[in-house]
Design a protein around this ligand. Structure first.
Ligand code: FE2
Ligand code: FE2
Length: 381
């Protein structure tokens, strides 16, 4: 049985709870309209998921989300809103949230609740906790990600603001431009400034790129001997991001798929930091005994896979649920009850195609309702 807490308008919150219980009769829950009542409920009972309805950037319930993320990190957190400004503000909260529009069909809400509860459970897994305790300090969320998110919600920000934030670290700015001008982007002309990159690729895309570039740079700095290996993972991630985002039907989803693609293998960087040489051992052992590399990682290493460690890291950085879920299950999406072609599906397919462009992924695509390779273009509704 799952316990759900809904904080919303009296009538709509209650109705949503009733609708959820109609699709999942085994679920139970409470609907409240005052954030103080929600805090009290969380202090007295355990909930698996909290759904918060947010109407405007000044909504009290946004402040409740700050409390929820800081004080009650266990339940899965979903936010329902149609307000664009609130949605942007949510991106700056230092915690992972699933955000969906108010009028999302109840079956899709229930599906997302189930999936985010699974991701939360995976992140609380004991082996992962033990491993994380062994790491003296987990890489912190890139500062540039936090600063760019703040700029994203400020109306006064423009391309020059982004350029100045990234330009605070000239080496980072140079590296972002190098990536933008690399074959991975296939641009016809050379981009010579961050401001130009923002006007061509968009604010969110440049934020995502700068974030991942700074993650890889930090890994390079602490693991100089593994520089080549890290460079290979970065190239593979750029290619995965490119393929995954090309499958999305709109800009918001394309940006999400891009970020998820860029960071899906970030757990490998943790393994490299913990034990240089471990990933090579995994690869050769997987080749020798013809078993999946993730199985070898679990058995021979730290009891967890790079996918799980990566998801944990992205969770501590406060990235959105779909990005964490894509990292967690990119090798085994079949363990998630998918209702269609989504960010996880895009990253799974893109990861396989980045490793082998001839892999048609037909069998998997059929399981998410896609039957021909040609349909894999613009799949995500
Ligand atoms: Fe992977
Ligand atoms: Fe990968």
């Amino acid at each position: 049985m799952q316990r759900i807490l809904i904080l919303g308008e009296r009538r709509s919150g209650l109705q949503r709870l009733l609708d959820l219980r109609a699709t999942r009769p085994e679920w139970d829950g409470t609907a409240v309209s005052d954030p103080k009542d929600a805090e009290r409920a969380l202090a007295n009972e355990q909930f698996d998921a909290v759904i918060t309805e947010v109407e405007s950037p000044n909504d009290d319930r946004l402040t409740f989300l700050d409390y929820l993320c800081a004080e009650r990190p266990e339940p899965a957190r979903l936010v329902m809103t149609n307000d664009r400004r609130s949605n942007e503000k949510l991106q700056t909260l230092k915690s992972s949230l699933g955000v969906l529009p108010n009028d999302t069909p109840i079956e899709s809400v229930a599906n997302l609740v189930e999936r985010s509860i699974d991701v939360s459970a995976l992140i609380r897994n004991n082996e992962l906790k033990t491993l994380v305790q062994r790491i003296e300090s987990l890489p912190p969320a890139p500062t540039v990600f936090r600063k760019l998110n703040q700029a994203l919600v400020d109306d006064r920000s423009d391309a020059a603001t982004v350029a100045s934030i990234i330009g605070e670290d000239p080496a980072l700015a140079g590296e972002v431009l190098r990536v933008v001008n690399s074959a991975a982007f296939g641009l016809r002309r050379e981009i010579t400034s961050i401001a130009e990159a923002v006007s061509l690729l968009g604010f969110v895309m440049v934020r995502n790129l700068a974030t991942s570039v700074s993650v890889y740079r930090a890994a390079q700095r602490t693991n100089r001997r593994s520089a080549l290996q890290i460079e290979r993972i970065q190239q593979h991630s750029l290619e995965t991001a490119r393929i995954a985002s090309s499958m999305a039907s709109n800009r918001i989803l394309a940006d999400e798929c891009y970020l998820a693609g860029l960071l899906h293998d970030v757990g490998k960087l943790v393994f490299i930091t913990l034990e240089p040489g471990f990933l090579e051992l995994v690869e050769s052992e997987a080749e020798r005994c013809q078993r999946p590399a993730t199985t070898i990682e679990r058995e021979y290493g730290f009891g967890v896979t790079h996918a799980e460690v990566g998801a944990y890291l992205l969770h501590t950085w406060g990235l959105p649920y779909p990005v964490i879920e894509a990292a967690a299950y990119h090798h085994h999406p079949e363990t998630v009850s998918q209702t269609g072609f989504d960010t996880l599906a895009a990253v799974h397919v893109a990861n396989r195609m980045a490793h082998d462009p001839d892999d048609p992924c037909d069998e998997y695509l059929a399981t998410v309702g896609v039957y021909r390779e040609a349909e894999a273009e613009s799949l995500i509704a």
